[in-house]
Design a protein around this ligand. Sequence first.
Ligand SMILES: N=C(N)NCCC[C@H](NC(=O)CCC(=O)O)C(=O)O
Length: 446
Amino acid sequence: MVKRAVEANFDGLVGPTHNYAGLSWGNVASRSNVNSVANPREAALQGLAKMKRLADRGYVQGVLPPHERPHLPTLRALGFTGNEGQVLSAVARTDPALLAAVSSASAMWTANAATVSPSADTADQRVHLTPANLSAKFHRSIEHRVTGRALKAIFSDERYFAHHSALPSVSQFGDEGAANHTRLCGDYGAPGVELFVYGQEAFNDAAPAPVRFPARQTLEASRAIARLHGLTDRHAVFAQQNPAAIDAGVFHNDVIAVGNGNCLFYHEQAFLHESQVLTDLRERLTGVELAAVRVSSDQVPIADAVSSYLFNSQLLASADGMLLAVPGECREVASVSRYLDTLVQSGGPITAVEVFDVKQSMRNGGGPACLRLRVVLNEDELRAINQNVILTDALYERLTVWVKAHYRDAMSQQDLADPMLLDEVRKALDELTAILGLGSIYDFQM
Ligand SMILES: N=C(N)NCCC[C@H](NC(=O)CCC(=O)O)C(=O)O
């Protein structure tokens, strides 16, 4: 019998050190906004406003905490010594780029936090979670331990949830989590098909690969995740991302495709073998027809898809079709805005478009879909999770007050060296783990 299930969205709360350091080669926005002054307070409030609007519409909305930054344990592991003030001033003086890397608030993009397989798809009928090693970028490779602790503090009941360690942190097993993973299904509680999109094969030099920008996800990593999660071939499809798209700035598949339920919304240049992907999905989807919404380059050139983040929208099931929650930038790019007007009138599965302002995150290449990790949960599983992280009116109010009390409204590269910042961050996070009932998850709390 199919259990009733929902898709919950767990958004990353933007951290107090949100800044623009240009850390992500291959991510156009990150590199174009390097050194501009960020506003962490506004960023966190924009993220909370998005969560609140979706919670108000009845979607189950959860919150994932930011990480401790700057991350002193990483600096110590790299040979910096002395007290904390001395470590910070030494790294600021000798290696400001390293200070920026260990200060990034990049854990906000929780589409990269983990890959999650719902219990309806897995061999042992538990929800499986694997934090992404994010080994392609140093600043992100230091996220997975704390991500794993946060996920265990939320999905703690072992009867329902199975946690795996991140894959080996080397490029051959580069894993970027749910940003390269889409689940298609009929009812959420029914078995679905998990589409794993990879950028490159690590152990096959002859296979196609991008030439300009790095492929962050390998086939080997995707296959390992599917094995760990106990997915059979019936439940998994592996597809290569078009290398030309990666070279055009599509550093994750969720910058060029998004799926939910039976609907796959994608750009014609998303996949290397488009028709094979559709055939593989159609063969495995049961009880429902795939509704493919294909956007051509004539309608939206790939450069416009990248600058607007059209495909980094959230695709959400609503009572009368699919709702596309787009970033405001989509209305600033003429081809995309025109396309969206025709989309809702086309009679297709996407029946509504709503605009969300997440500009602070967008300037680092993170749209609405980057900011959330989707977890399909049946009623028992939803009841079993830590309820303190579910966004209610009261939690929204509390977090808004918390952000206003602890966050600065300007963050430049120079500010990262301020020893006061580390104290501010820890004080804020200590309070946050109490609000969210997470216990001790940060290194400074251990
Ligand atoms: N597409 C998804 N799912 N996520 C977007 C992640 C953006 C992130 N940007 C950054 O890490 C930039 C940080 C800086 O430059 O300061 C990244 O490139 O990994």
